[in-house]
Design a binder for this molecule. Structure first.
Ligand code: AQP
Length: 337
């Protein structure tokens, strides 16, 4: 039986779907925090391809994007000597725990999930069961590793809450099995909005390419996309999410890229037009991404290295996951011989 001890350090767990090239929303909302947290926590980061297929995917593209996602996470600073970086479908424990947790989750809870409401609209009449069940798979991801902290963007807050509710319910019904996790949000960037519709979040699978900045966009494209970003007619740079969602979003992106606070940004652009402001945001983001892109293109050529990371890290994750799964199986009454 494959069992290893779960380490003493607190555990961080998070994942990202290989459903497109990651955006600055993914980076500033989640992955930047992953890179910082891995210094002090035992961290697991996962490319969640099982989640990605809840929306239609082209199989060849999904495979290619899974490699690209691992390369991009390494390029962003996930250190394979400090963190476990693996692919969800290579660890079968996720699916088995999902089934067990499905049996203690209520339809009403899943019907209330806003991401399901948003994404199911794109599936017309034939909404997939997998999309409805997405939050239970996410609960299984988190609970399998006895996770303490889940660094995510604001859009995932409701799903982490559900994972907590499921853990508490299971523990009450069957005896203590899962640690109850907490969501973790960074100081800024938890909700980066679309550049074209700043009241909607930026998404990597948006059909409108001008609505997001991909981490692999070249500097010219980045600057052009910011130039086209929707703002308002007031021509003054200050932060007010309600009245000025476009400008406020650009200020938050600029704050994430430069480390400057919102007040300093207001001062920096006092008396200047939106043209100067947008150009500065574009240049700061392009500059932040250049070294990441260089590393990414180098790593992507090292196919054997990427495969070795995927294989060895998935094995490590599986050994940790099995320990929790074995306990859950026993608690619900499955036979072990
Ligand atoms: N706009 C955003 N602002 C801040 N954080 C964000 N995240 C996503 N978009 C933003 C965070 O990134 C992590 C990985 O997200 P995901 O790929 O697993 O799923 P998602 O939230 O559905 O992201 P996308 O980009 O919108 O993907 P698609 O377009 O495929 O649905 C999560 O921590 C998320 O909070």
């Amino acid at each position: 039986m494959k069992i290893i001890e779960i380490p003493d350090k607190k555990i961080v767990y998070s994942g990202i779907q290989p459903s497109g090239t990651f955006t600055v929303g993914n980076y500033f909302g989640a992955m930047k925090n992953w890179v910082n947290l891995q210094e002090d926590y035992h961290s697991l980061f996962c490319v969640v391809d099982l989640h990605a297929i809840t929306m239609p995917q082209n199989p060849e593209e999904l495979r290619r994007r899974t490699y690209e996602s691992i390369a991009l996470l390494l390029a962003l600073g996930i250190n394979p000597d400090k963190s476990i970086l693996y692919v969800q479908s290579m660890v079968p424990e996720h699916c088995e725990l999902t089934w067990i947790l499905n049996c203690c989750t209520y339809m009403g809870e899943l019907s209330r999930m806003t991401q399901f409401k948003d994404k199911s609209q794109k599936q017309g009449e034939n909404i997939r069961v997998g999309l409805f069940d997405y939050p239970v798979l996410m609960a299984a991801d988190i609970l399998l590793y006895q996770t303490d902290l889940v660094p995510v963007g604001n859009d995932q807050r409701q799903h982490v809450e559900l994972a907590r509710d499921i853990a508490i319910r299971f523990n009450q019904q069957f005896g203590h099995t899962f640690k109850v996790p907490e969501a973790y949000f960074g100081e800024s960037g938890a909700r980066i909005m679309s550049l074209q519709e700043p009241t909607r979040k930026m998404s990597k699978s948006d059909d409108n390419l001008n609505s997001f900045i991909s981490l692999l966009d070249d500097p010219k494209t980045i600057i052009k996309k910011f130039k086209r970003a929707v703002t308002d007619s007031e021509m003054a740079v200050y932060h007010d999410r309600e009245k000025k969602p476009g400008v406020s979003n650009l200020m938050e992106i600029y704050a994430c890229a430069t480390g400057n606070c919102l007040d300093d940004i207001t001062t920096e652009f006092e008396g200047k037009g939106y043209g100067d402001f947008k150009a500065a945001v574009g240049e700061a983001v392009a500059e932040t991404l250049l070294p990441v892109q260089r590393d990414y293109h180098r790593l992507l050529k090292e196919k054997d290295y990427l495969k070795q990371i995927m294989r060895t890290h998935s094995e490590k994750a599986s050994m940790m996951a099995w320990k929790t799964l074995a306990k859950a199986r026993k608690q619900v009454g499955f036979v072990t011989v």
